[in-house]
Design a protein around this ligand. Structure first.
Ligand SMILES: Cc1ncc(C[n+]2csc(CCOP(=O)(O)OP(=O)(O)O)c2C)c(N)n1
Length: 555
């Protein structure tokens, strides 16, 4: 078979199951685009490479499959790096293909040359600089295998222009790269975990994104139900337990409820599954679950003991380990502990909104007006935390958020990926007036592809989470957190060809309902109180039980 480097790359992407690829063309990847144009791969022309990376993430996060994106050399590649770093911190399988200047010019400061390979090393799981077209036969399947295996993550393939143009004769095409099956936990280790669970009186399951990556939600619920163990989750673990499950205690950490953080504080055993003891989850590490022994299961051995030394641990595939563990554990009701955590939950829900205009109520209202199977993407800031607290996440892969890197600008392009990968599934964006502006150009992409995405802007006229920290921890010295210019987002949306509505009073339910019932994409600019804060909030350096619980109490 005759290929060029470019047509071979496209063929290999297709064999990996890639049907949609996002990007922007430029001088150094035009041969690739030429080959793309002659294939049946669907290309989404984003308006900023970062958005192409987030679009790929939206596909990968909502489906669990690897997704791909493209960028040209130099500025294109550099623009993509934020989305790649974001995928690294949240372990999202994305394969990025960048164009590079011709091999002979590498290192000469050629036009649009940057050392993409070097710059991407710290933010990728692995990266390749392809030196010849036949190498692609190994590199592409290997890139996908690496992105999907073990702890998932982004892989970058940098392709010089001459490699894209080279002609190559291929006898046979390789098998697509697939995830290796992760290691198994040792049987004796699992047996001692079962014994430790049996001897504990106040165990808590602490679950995160690793459970979702290993598709182990059912096994977690089974363990919780069999042994009467309450479950707390990280931001990345929302959806593992339905919020109305009596054993679900919700999100822990900096903005977790008092019930959740107090339950962890009282626990005598913490069963940590697919989590990395991130500082937003633990607060001060010394004060985190101080009475608890720790069991830690994670596919990434490097996470074990990184922050907290466990009593028993295994670097293994969580799903398979839990299946075996669930057969070993002694069934238990733990009526006393369940009653205690149930009472905590009843006594201390999230700080109850005191006023009708509280954005938590807006989140609930939007959820009630949105079909249950919807995928929600959120941006970064107060609205993200209100969403995490108040949106009822019933299934995994339906709440997409930039957890690790906390990248403003994530929600809109991630929603585009979710909409493209899940046709017919409603997609809703919750964003802030700050975050929206970071990738607002993507409204053009949404309009061009008529993606059915409802964008809800929580407009408080501020970089709200920054303002909140200045209020609470910097003596109300507000620096660079207030927007003096207030864009008319509804008019801007219309300028991009998307219906836009301004909703002055956020509890005007009828106006919300009308706006959300518009067919196709729509942007709702919703006024929310400017000085509202997210509570609880753990002050920097404090332990989770020292949170500021609400406007009124600090104890
Ligand atoms: C790219 C990027 N720059 C800066 C920050 C720091 N930051 C975190 S939250 C926030 C404010 C977000 O404002 P907005 O999107 O309006 O949301 P709000 O907090 O008001 O709900 C900022 C600036 C960030 N997370 N990401």
């Amino acid at each position: 078979m005759q290929f060029t480097g470019s047509s071979l790359l496209i063929e290999l992407l297709k064999r990996q199951g890639i049907r949609i690829v996002a990007g922007i063309p430029g001088g150094a990847n035009l041969p690739l685009y030429d080959a793309l144009g002659q294939s049946d791969l669907r290309h989404i022309l984003v308006r900023h490479e970062q958005a192409g990376g987030f679009l790929a993430q939206g596909m990968a996060r909502s489906t669990g499959s690897a997704a791909a994106c493209l960028a040209t050399s130099g500025p294109g590649a550099v623009n993509l790096l934020t989305a790649i770093a974001d995928a690294k911190l949240d372990s999202v399988p994305v394969v990025a293909v960048t164009g590079q200047v011709p091999s002979g010019l590498i290192g000469t400061d050629a036009f649009q040359e940057v050392d993409t390979y070097g710059m991407s090393i710290p933010v990728t799981k692995h990266n390749f600089l392809v030196r010849s077209a036949p190498e692609l036969l190994e590199v592409v399947p290997e890139a996908f295998r690496l992105a999907l295996s073990g702890r998932q993550g982004p892989v970058l393939i940098d392709m010089p222009k001459d490699v894209q143009q080279a002609r190559v004769e291929v006898d046979s095409l390789p098998q697509p790269g697939a995830a290796d099956s992760g290691p198994d936990a040792d049987g004796a280790v699992l047996a001692s975990m079962a014994r430790l669970i049996a001897s504990s009186e106040r165990p808590v399951l602490y679950v995160g994104g690793g459970v979702i990556a290993s598709n182990a939600e059912e096994e977690v619920r089974a363990l919780s139900a069999a042994c009467g163990i309450p479950v707390v989750c990280t931001l990345m673990g929302l959806g593992i337990m339905a919020p109305d499950d009596p054993l679900s205690l919700g999100m822990l950490g900096m903005h977790g409820s008092r019930a959740t953080n107090v339950a962890v504080d009282r626990a005598d055993l913490l069963i940590a599954l697919g989590v990395r003891f991130d500082d937003r989850a633990t607060g001060s590490v010394a004060g985190f679950a101080p009475r608890a022994k720790v069991i830690h299961l994670d596919i990434d051995e490097a996470e074990i003991g990184k922050i907290r030394r466990p009593e028993i641990s295994a670097g293994c595939d969580i799903k398979r380990a839990l299946r075996r563990l669930n057969r070993m554990v002694a069934k238990a009701g733990r009526a006393g502990w369940r009653a205690e955590t149930g009472a905590l939950r009843a006594e201390h829900p999230f700080s109850v909104p005191l006023v009708e205009s509280h954005p938590g109520l807006l989140v609930q209202r939007l959820a009630a007006l949105t079909p249950e199977n919807a995928i929600v993407t959120v941006d970064v800031g107060q609205h993200q935390m209100w969403a995490a607290q108040w949106w009822p996440v019933r299934r995994t892969r339906t709440f997409l958020t930039s957890g690790g890197l906390g990248t403003m600008g994530f929600s809109v392009p991630a929603a585009m990926g979710a909409a493209l990968a899940n046709p017919g599934t409603p997609v809703i964006v919750l964003t802030g007036d700050g975050s929206l502006l970071i990738n607002i150009q993507e409204l053009a992409t949404i309009a061009e592809n008529n993606l059915d995405i409802k964008i809800c802007v929580f407009n408080n006229g501020h970089l709200g989470l920054v303002r909140q920290q200045q209020e609470l921890f910097y003596g109300e010295r507000y620096v660079a957190s207030r927007f003096e210019a207030r864009p008319d987002f509804a008019a801007i949306a219309r300028g991009f060809g998307i219906p836009g509505c301004t909703i002055g009073i956020q509890h005007d339910e009828e106006a919300l309902r009308r706006a959300l019932s518009i067919k196709g994409p729509v942007l709702l600019d919703i006024a929310v109180p400017e000085m509202e804060n997210v509570y609880p909030m753990v002050p920097p350096g404090k332990s989770n039980v020292e949170a500021i619980w609400s406007h009124r109490s600090t104890g």
